[in-house]
Design a protein around this ligand. Structure first.
Ligand code: TEU
Length: 517
């Protein structure tokens, strides 16, 4: 039997620690809270978790502004808590990925404090400092994320500007400086030595910068530079990181957040199998719920990645974007069909905590918006039970999502027809099928509004059919029906008729997984 690395077969579950589970009643989720809910993840059947940052941070960007990479912020717990969480995950065969934020630090990090202290501080050139332009303005026209403002802030003390692709409180490190590279490698070693299985690497395509800091072209002015920064300088850094991570035993890995919104630009970040093990690919996330548009995304992705031996990833929701149920018009049946799409594609699927409950984004009133990027809605706290505060000991930092009264984990475990049970059933079926985990993928000709494909691995086969429309569709006479005649419904997104012979009809908003009899 083929043995491919664990991360090709894994379902990865993203936890945003602030919003998962609060153990101490301060309204913010924490590491002991996560540990107390591991039974939920074990039962659901996730293979790995990715923890968004829990490091020391002033929380201007809720942890993506790191002030100490090698310590836990007190709001989340202690190093002993992360050790205990890693150990307990491993005891349940769940791998642990942590977030590595290499592009920038907090302005409160001791490195930046030193850097800004004087022009000749030994850490001055750990960050990107430049003299003002002749008119006194910023050194170039780069725009920061979140607000349409320059990616440069002037520092009175030393009379220069420093670069920040995100908030002014998130100065960019200068990876052209070998001391920075070495310091970040030390951070990587620190966490690998503590036993993590790998890293999700934040804005990894950002670390190499144009040494000339040339202006962005006029036609893209206004687009944050982080979505444009695609430099050859980054690739040697990725090869070094790859060598470092691969030098550890036990198939450690990295999945990069390459936030370039074109798969053609993402593919090179896999290198020749010597850069990222996996890369996020966001164009599908930004694709509307439309069969033709999804067909293009699937063909583009596999067309670019298969030939270079790169393993795809698929993701519908995360802490930076409205949840897919919200984006797809709020329909839960549709979100459930999307789950079978996500888990049925060739590649590693990433789930975002709460999508297994079918959650919508919270409607956050203006006075409770706290994120500089306005991404609060998808970061709403998870409802654990139907009580007043849904298992949170005090009022959480953000309001609960709509339907928290009916979509808590306890409610959903109690109802075999729930979205949670659908995720559990499909993840079990995926675990049991080499075709679903590793199989080739051949798209089938289907009626308008439907996508279908067959996954094959050796003699094993599965078919996935997704009806993107709200109307029933008859497949009789199509290639899709020909390929699956006599097959059995293994998983249905609405739970209907599982275990019976497929008759060639898809209900509106329905997706099916089929297996040969
Ligand atoms: O995101 C990178 C990124 O480019 C996004 O912030 C994107 O610009 C924005 O979400 C669009 O709405 C990563 C993290 O995922 C994000 O949470 C951080 O804020 C950001 O990096 C800075 O570290």
């Amino acid at each position: 039997m083929t043995t491919l690395p664990w991360w090709t077969a894994a379902v990865v579950y993203q936890i945003y620690p602030r919003s998962f589970c609060d153990s101490d009643g301060d309204g913010v989720g924490d590491l002991p809270g996560i540990r107390s809910r591991l039974d939920h993840l074990v039962r659901l059947g996730v293979d790995a978790i990715w923890l968004s940052p829990f490091y020391r941070s002033p929380m201007k960007d809720f942890g993506y502004d790191v002030s100490d990479h090698c310590d836990v912020d007190p709001v989340f717990g202690t190093l002993a808590d992360i050790d205990a969480l890693i150990a307990e995950c491993h005891a349940h065969d769940i791998r642990v990925l942590v977030d590595l934020v290499p592009n920038h630090t907090s302005d409160q990090h001791e490195w930046f404090q030193a850097s800004r202290s004087s022009l000749d501080d030994p850490k001055r050139d750990w960050y990107v400092w430049r003299d003002p332009a002749p008119d006194g303005g910023p050194p170039n026209n780069w725009v920061a994320a979140f607000r349409p403002e320059p990616a440069w802030t002037f520092d009175e003390a030393t009379g220069q500007y420093y670069l920040h692709l995100f908030l002014p409180e998130q100065p960019d490190l200068d990876w052209a400086n070998p001391e920075v590279v070495e310091a970040m490698h030390d951070v990587v070693r620190f966490w690998l030595d503590r036993g993590v299985d790998g890293f999700r690497i934040d804005v990894v395509h950002g670390i190499g910068k144009d040494p000339a800091l040339a202006d962005d072209p006029d036609e893209v002015v206004g687009i944050p530079h982080t979505a444009l920064n695609d430099r050859p300088e980054t690739h040697p850094h990725l090869r070094e990181l790859r060598r470092l991570i691969d030098s550890y035993p036990g198939e450690r890995m990295m999945v990069g957040e390459v936030y370039l919104l074109d798969t053609h630009l993402v593919a090179p970040y896999y290198g020749r199998g010597d850069e990222l093990h996996l890369s996020f690919n966001f164009p599908p996330l930004y694709t509307p719920w439309d069969a033709e548009r999804w067909r293009e995304q699937i063909e583009t992705t596999t067309g670019l990645l298969d030939p270079i031996g790169a393993w795809p990833t698929w993701v519908l929701s995360n802490h930076d974007n409205r949840r897919h149920r919200t984006r797809y018009g709020g329909s839960e049946p549709r979100a459930r069909a999307a789950a079978l799409l996500l888990l049925g594609l060739r590649g590693t699927p990433f789930l975002y905590a709460g999508e297994e409950l079918g959650l919508l984004d919270a409607e956050v009133p203006p006075e409770r918006v706290v994120d500089p990027g306005g991404r609060d809605g998808c970061r709403a706290p998870l409802p654990w039970d139907p009580t007043h505060r849904h298992g949170w000991p005090s009022e959480p930092w953000l309001p609960f999502p709509p339907e928290a009264d009916t979509h808590s984990a306890a409610d959903e475990w109690a109802d075999p027809r729930s979205t949670l049970h659908l995720y559990q059933r499909s993840m079990l079926a995926r675990r049991a099928s080499t075709a679903l985990r590793w199989g080739d993928q051949r798209l089938l000709t289907c009626p308008v509004g439907v996508l279908g494909w067959v996954r094959s691995h050796g003699a094993e086969q599965r078919a996935v059919l997704v009806n993107f429309t709200a109307d029933p569709v008859d497949l009789e006479g199509t290639e899709a029906f020909g390929a699956t005649a006599g097959w059995v419904v293994e998983v249905a997104s609405d739970g209907a008729a599982e275990g019976t012979t497929f008759r060639g009809r898809l209900a509106g908003d329905q997706a099916l997984w089929l297996r040969p009899r």
